[in-house]
Design a protein around this ligand. Structure first.
Ligand SMILES: O=P(O)(O)OC[C@H]1O[C@H](OP(=O)(O)OP(=O)(O)O)[C@H](O)[C@@H]1O
Ligand SMILES: O=c1cc[nH]c(=O)[nH]1
Ligand SMILES: [Mg+2]
Length: 209
């Protein structure tokens, strides 16, 4: 069964407070999302495999460790997921980036796919899907379906704020997926928005409302 990791690091929680605050403007919101994505990437990469190599220090030789070159791909769910990509790339700059375009129909709350482009070597990569919000879970489930359909074998899901309903929905559909979140909120409202949440992540990132 996939696990749920809630990153309660004080820096993440502090920054998340200002991300939630409705008085935080677009520029600062974008910067904070980027910073939290970097901090989350630090935690999510904790289990990356290492290999031992030998190097020369100025005084002697030393057996020491480097990353063993695991192939990683970051996949933002468009639009709002884009806000987390650069933050993750700061720590794993060699990662490839795929894109999945989904919007949530405001009436049905069902996700509609409008774009998908992934790295060619899908089967060999570890995928990290990024999206600030996990609400009903429809978008995340559709993104996971889309990756699996194209041959992905290893998938993690990372978001800033999740509703319990969304976490359950992912695990009902894809029980093996590990979910990484900065905060697990209370519930969804009647419009599928997370309470207390942060409002519409895409609109706040891109200033479209
Ligand atoms: O868990 P769900 O109920 O599917 O909701 C979460 C989705 O809703 C938001 O995207 P939105 O549809 O607003 O698109 P946008 O990123 O283009 O704003 C958010 O970024 C997630 O992708
Ligand atoms: O609270 C929510 C739910 C879905 N999408 C958002 O951007 N915010
Ligand atoms: Mg949106």
């Amino acid at each position: 069964m996939g696990k749920v990791y809630v990153f309660d690091h004080p820096l993440i929680q502090h920054k998340l407070t200002y991300i939630r605050d409705k008085n935080t403007g677009t520029k600062e919101f974008r910067e904070l999302v980027d910073e939290v994505a970097t901090l989350m990437a630090f935690e999510i990469t904790r289990d990356l495999p290492l290999e031992e190599i030998e190097i020369d220090t100025p005084v002697t030789t030393a057996k020491t460790k480097v990353l063993s070159g695991k192939k990683i791909a970051i996949v933002p769910i468009l639009r709002a997921g884009i806000g987390m990509v650069d933050g993750v790339l700061k720590l794993i700059p060699a990662a490839k980036v795929g894109h999945i375009g989904l919007y949530r129909d405001p009436q049905t709350l069902k996700p509609v796919e409008y774009y998908a482009k992934l790295p060619a070597d899908v089967e060999e990569r570890d995928f990290i899907i990024v999206d600030p919000m996990l609400a009903t879970g429809g978008s995340a489930i559709e993104a996971i379906n889309s990756l699996k359909k194209r041959g992905a074998k290893s998938i993690k899901f990372m978001c800033l704020i999740a509703a319990p309903e969304g976490v359950k929905a992912i695990h009902d559909e894809h029980p093996e997926i590990d979910i990484y979140i900065a905060a697990l909120d209370e519930k969804l409202n009647d419009h599928g928005y997370i309470i207390p949440g942060l409002g519409d992540a895409g609109d706040r990132l891109f200033g479209t409302k």
